[in-house]
Ligand binder design. Sequence first.
Ligand SMILES: *[C@@H]1O[C@H](CO)[C@@H](O)[C@H](O)[C@H]1NC(C)=O
Length: 142
Amino acid sequence: MMSKSLYLSFQFQIIILLSTLFIHFSQADVGTASHYGPPFLPTACFGGDASQFPSSNMFGSAGEGIWDNGAACGRLYEVRCISAAVPRTCIPGQTIQIKIVDRAQSSVSRPSSSDTSMVLSTTAFQIIANVSSSLINIEFQQ
Ligand SMILES: *[C@@H]1O[C@H](CO)[C@@H](O)[C@H](O)[C@H]1NC(C)=O
């Protein structure tokens, strides 16, 4: 039979586990992402200034949900692929960090899918998913 203190410690671990999960899910948002390629200039954020693009090419444009009247410009997001219509589209265990450099609604180069939470550069997208997919479900967090 389990001793009372062991039982309490077990209960305590469950509580810790549940709070960790709760904190994890409450910080991240779930949404969608598509991808886009060049040309990227000019942008709604930085005009013709190419120096605002990270040299890693890990960037993206903001969907209307996160655009925040332009406040999204320069924000960094951690993004992870969670699912897609075609099985095995997501590359397991990959998380990327991207910088918002444009507004998806007005980007020069059009997204592979419209009205997504964000649009990732091809370089960024291909790290977390098969790039032949035009739309994926993501978890993202600033
Ligand atoms: C990516 O998806 C395409 C189309 O579904 C498929 O033909 C290809 O094998 C996939 N690539 C990888 C690396 O899984």
